[in-house]
Ligand binder design. Structure first.
Ligand SMILES: Cc1cc2nc3c(=O)[nH]c(=O)nc-3n(C[C@H](O)[C@H](O)[C@H](O)COP(=O)(O)OP(=O)(O)OC[C@H]3O[C@@H](n4cnc5c(N)ncnc54)[C@H](O)[C@@H]3O)c2cc1C
Length: 122
């Protein structure tokens, strides 16, 4: 029977980053479990593919919220990735660089290690 030091459930943004960091040390045997398939669908790899995976139940959990009192009792559609890469595989590929002042502010509020220099280094 195979043995693992760490089992990561979900190969989404956080799961992949965590497993990758743990693997870097070379000391751990890591198992990553993902409910969805591999990211072989070509629409996962182009920005416009976001529209094609939005309602694809093979790649998307397609959650709905409870009825929302403050939204006229509507249920709101909540897409989430069900595939290696998780929601980052079905997202819109929009990204931006953070503002150094924001990170330094969070550090000043009592969060050592969250300053711009430390976060940028990792
Ligand atoms: C449609 C859409 C568009 C978005 N657009 C952008 C964007 O343009 N820019 C941006 O920065 N962010 C965007 N986001 C947000 C961003 O993609 C997510 O915030 C981020 O990917 C969440 O990471 P996570 O690790 O928390 O979860 P996920 O990446 O969703 O990972 C969770 C993983 O766990 C798996 N899983 C769940 N339950 C189980 C189980 N029981 N067993 C095994 N595996 C399981 C899931 O299948 C999934 O792969 C978007 C999100 C969506 C849904």
């Amino acid at each position: 029977m195979e043995q693992w030091d760490v089992i990561v459930v979900g190969a989404g943004s956080a799961g992949c980053a965590l497993a990758g960091r743990l693997a870097l040390s070379g000391r751990n045997r890591i198992l990553v479990l993902e409910a969805g398939p591999r990211d072989l669908n070509p629409w996962l790899h182009v920005p416009i593919g976001y529209g094609k995976t939005f309602y694809n139940p093979q790649l998307n959990w397609m959650y709905r919220t409870e009825k929302q009192t403050h939204l006229a009792s509507r249920e709101i559609y909540q897409p989430r990735g069900k595939v290696v890469g998780g929601s980052s595989a079905i997202n819109a590929m929009v990204y931006m660089r953070g503002q150094p002042g924001d990170f330094d502010g969070w550090e000043r509020m009592g969060n050592p290690g969250w300053g711009w220099r430390e976060v940028l280094a990792t």
